[in-house]
Design a protein around this ligand. Structure first.
Ligand SMILES: [Zn+2]
Length: 465
């Protein structure tokens, strides 16, 4: 009998990994890293309940680390099968996975240099070579067309509107001549946003796995450009720097798009922008190559006399540690974008250490901040942030830009669910913290009267049982 085991994103937002078994074959849908609290991160070091060598295929919904960041470890531990993803997801993973290895290696080096013992970053989970070995196993699948993985499994991807290349998946499981349709929501994006397309509507599922990141709340209303214009002008006027924890691709381009517009309209001053990452790239090429994923028309923008709608006037890509250190010397107003997006590691920690004690500066939180992460502590108003064993006072202004979220809010999740023409036999809520999961279950039960289950970490559920 076909079954699903929840190897991650069960009762938490990170570590998405769903093991689907049918006809003696094993398919892993997503292969994410646990991020956030120390307890969660420790799960990355635990042995999987299944031998990676015994998994036949991996299939990805999108490139975010909490859906792909465990791949190098899976491969280092013996996985040798193909990793199926669309070209945009493959390209993004080509940036993200080595970046993740770099972050871990730099953090480990720093910890060793400073003699930080028993530190959870004392050794990297995987190396840059492990990331390359994982990348060598990627196989392209179509952005939209159905794809047969094996006699047991076939998949039809749909646009999820969350990041470049993001999809939700219809997985058809065939066993003993019987077909079962399982929908994996992946991460769902927003409706009516600039750049990315709206999520495609689903129609039917026997079983549904639905993300619940914002299952308990809607995003704040209000104009993003107005809010950004106020913040940037205020911080620049008082001579501060604006620090943004974020990977160089994704939210960063939405943010740059807004800021570029504000610069052109002369609603904010022209500030230097530092994209500080060992893998810093000009992401615009990616968007030009994957135009099927978004509704930006570069030729139209060019015709309007704009060089690049995704970049501000002065952008510096810093790759080396030395270049990165130089940013510390910057005393005039600037914008610093650096990973990790939840301030759990990486160069962003050095920038926060430098700027948090300065009341003129501001930290913009533009993505989801998981429980236990540095970003969540800042969001919750922490007076001190522990960085590399030091208590760093938080005097900088912390601004949560919920409007810039890449995730559907509660209303948008319900809008997506309303696409189903009939109730799934069972809906599993995943990828949410306990409060969001419970609130979302109550909402679905009240509105649709569907049976809803919140699976536990490592729980196995038999389908058609
Ligand atoms: Zn995501």
């Amino acid at each position: 009998m076909a079954k699903i085991t929840f190897l991650g994103a069960a009762g938490t937002v990170t570590g998405s990994k769903y093991l689907v078994e049918a006809g003696g074959k094993r398919l892993l849908v997503d292969c994410g890293l646990f991020e956030g609290s120390k307890e969660l991160k420790e799960r990355n070091w635990n042995r999987l309940p299944v031998d990676p060598a015994a998994i036949d295929w991996v299939l990805l919904t999108h490139a975010h680390m909490d859906h792909t960041g465990y791949l190098p470890k899976l491969v280092a531990d013996g996985y040798r099968g193909p990793i199926y993803a669309n070209p945009a997801t493959r390209e993004l993973c080509g940036l993200l996975l080595p970046d993740s290895a770099h972050i871990q290696e730099e953090d480990a080096k720093y910890a060793a240099k400073k003699g930080l013992k028993n530190h959870d970053i004392a050794q990297p989970l995987y190396s840059a070579e492990d990331a390359q070995s994982a990348l060598a196993l990627f196989r392209d699948i179509s952005r939209k067309d159905a794809f047969t993985i094996s006699p047991e499994f076939s998949v039809k991807p749909h646009d999820a509107g969350h990041i470049l290349g993001s999809t939700w998946l219809e997985l058809t499981i065939t066993e003993n001549g019987k077909q079962t349709l399982v929908v994996f929501s992946g991460d769902l994006g927003r409706y009516d946003q600039p750049i990315l397309r709206d999520p495609e509507s689903p129609s039917r599922a026997d079983y549904l796995l639905c993300e619940s990141t914002y299952g308990d709340r809607d995003h704040p209303a209000g104009s993003v450009p107005d809010m950004l214009a106020q913040v940037i002008t205020r911080v620049a006027k008082r001579g501060g720097a604006i620090v943004i924890p974020s990977f160089a691709v994704g939210r960063t381009q939405t943010l740059m798009y807004y800021l570029r517009e504000l610069e052109d309209q002369q609603r904010i001053p022209h500030l230097p922008v530092f994209v500080d990452s060992p893998m810093a790239i000009n992401a615009t090429d990616l968007y030009v190559r994957h135009c099927e994923d978004h509704d930006l028309d570069f030729s139209r923008e060019e015709a309007k006399g704009k060089r690049d709608p995704l970049n501000m006037h002065e952008v510096h890509m810093t790759r080396t540690v030395e270049e990165s250190k130089k940013i510390n010397e910057m005393v005039s107003p600037c914008i610093i974008i650096s990973a990790s997006g939840m301030a759990t590691g990486g160069r962003i920690l050095h920038h926060l250490k430098r700027r948090l004690p300065d009341a003129r500066c501001a930290v913009l939180l533009v993505g989801y901040q998981a429980q236990g992460s540095g970003g969540r502590a800042l969001q919750d108003g922490a007076k001190y942030l522990r960085i590399h064993g030091e208590e760093v006072p938080v005097r900088a202004e912390v601004i949560d830009v919920g409007q810039l979220s890449a995730h559907a809010g509660q209303d948008e999740l319900l809008r997506w669910l309303s696409g189903f023409s009939a109730a799934p036999r069972q809906t599993f809520l995943t990828h949410g913290e306990p409060i969001a999961l419970e609130a979302f279950r109550a909402k679905i039960t009240a509105r649709f009267h569907w049976p809803v289950t919140i699976p536990a970490y490592l729980q196995t559920i038999e389908l058609n049982g």
